[in-house]
Write a protein that binds this ligand. Structure first.
Ligand code: AVJ
Length: 362
């Protein structure tokens, strides 16, 4: 069982679907506290601190994990079905075509177990889990996520559709800490999954740091499967095709972006008028990243009750809500090598827009 240290310093251990559900029940009835539930109670403090700090920066900024409350997670699921949001569709196509080859390459003739960072609904992961079942009959799977709802749903769906997968959900912020899996069998390899282009939310240096830290807990032969959204390039996607993926015609991404304000209203007693901010999505070629901002349509002051603080926006002032870094194939390979996972295989869609890369600890 893996052990994680979350931001609040609590130790969170993996459990079964049932354990997570128990924890939620405990949390909502406010009676009793387990480690995972205690984490939820201190989350409010963390949210207040993070928001206070971010709104005092110039320019103002908030971390992208704030998008994923329950409504935000649903909006993100909706984004993944948008015609403009090619990322999920292309990655799913790549996994559909090559999950078997990926699992075989990662396993190298041994048994394999899977750990997933930010598993969310684990929808695409099921392709890999099915391939692992075909490869070895049964497989251990540890999804790590900060969302209890997402973990529970993923867990239940896997139990119903893929018996043979032994799911050990871990409610934790994977950026905060990492512990050794203690029950590894000899002759078994771990495969760390970080798909969905989530690596894009991290500064490249922070991504290397996080992966290197995890690499330090793994054994030679263990692998990393990384989903990478490729930067615009001749012969690949154009800048315009990239930008519309973050500024869709139906306005779902705009709602996803503004949802962070809705969340602050609910959880911190803030008084944002979400429509008072315009959704902005821009390609920053210098940094090789998509950026999302909320741009104040007018000069305004917003009271935040839980912070006992008023925040002031000038007309046109921006709140930076997300970076989504894009890599070239060489850049992605370099990042993986620096983290201790030199690339051994890679799979791309036919148009060269998205890559799934396998690295292996030497
Ligand atoms: C979940 C981080 C991969 O950056 O494409 C989608 C989040 N932001 N639309 C991404 C997101 C705006 C997404 N990731």
């Amino acid at each position: 069982m893996a052990v994680f240290w979350n931001t609040a310093g609590w130790v969170v251990t993996g459990g079964r679907c049932e354990a997570l559900k128990d924890c939620m029940a405990t949390f909502f009835s406010e009676s009793g506290t387990s480690a995972a539930c205690a984490e939820q109670e201190s989350a409010e403090q963390t949210l207040a601190d993070v928001v206070r700090a971010g709104l005092q920066l110039t320019p103002k900024q908030l971390p992208p994990w704030l998008f994923y409350d329950e409504a935000g997670s649903l909006l993100f699921e909706e984004i993944t079905r948008l015609p403009e949001y090619y990322l999920t569709r292309m990655e799913r196509g790549i996994l559909t075509a090559s999950a078997g080859a990926m699992i075989r390459a990662a396993a190298g003739g041994m048994r394999i177990r899977l750990v997933e960072l930010g598993a969310g609904s684990a929808d695409k992961t099921r392709l890999l889990l099915a391939a692992a079942l075909a490869h070895q009959g049964a497989v251990a799977y540890q999804p790590v996520d900060v969302s209890e709802t997402a973990l529970t749903a993923a867990c239940e769906r896997i139990a119903a559709e893929l018996p043979g997968v032994e799911t050990e959900p871990i409610l934790a912020d994977y950026t905060a800490g990492w512990g050794l899996a203690e029950d590894l069998n000899a002759g078994e390899r771990q495969l760390l999954l970080w798909i969905g282009s989530s690596v894009g939310n991290f500064e490249p240096e922070r991504a290397v740091e996080l992966l290197a830290r995890i690499n330090g807990t793994m054994r030679p032969g263990d692998g990393l499967l990384l989903g990478v959204d490729l930067a615009p390039a001749a012969g690949g996607k154009s800048e315009a095709e990239l930008v519309v993926a973050y500024d869709d015609a139906a306005g779902v991404t705009a709602a996803f972006n503004r949802n962070v304000l809705v969340r602050l209203n609910r959880e911190l007693g803030a008084e944002f008028e979400p429509e008072g901010f315009a959704h902005r999505a821009e390609w920053n070629a210098v940094e090789s990243r998509m950026e999302m901002h909320l741009e104040s349509r007018a000069a305004q002051r917003v009271w935040m009750d839980a912070l006992e603080m008023e925040v002031e926006f000038a007309a046109g002032e921006r709140l930076h809500t997300e970076n989504s870094y894009k890599y070239g194939l060489d850049g992605a390979a370099e990042l993986m090598a620096r983290a201790g996972f030199p690339v051994v295989n890679r799979w791309l869609d036919a148009e060269g827009w998205f890559a799934v890369m396998l690295g292996r600890k030497g």
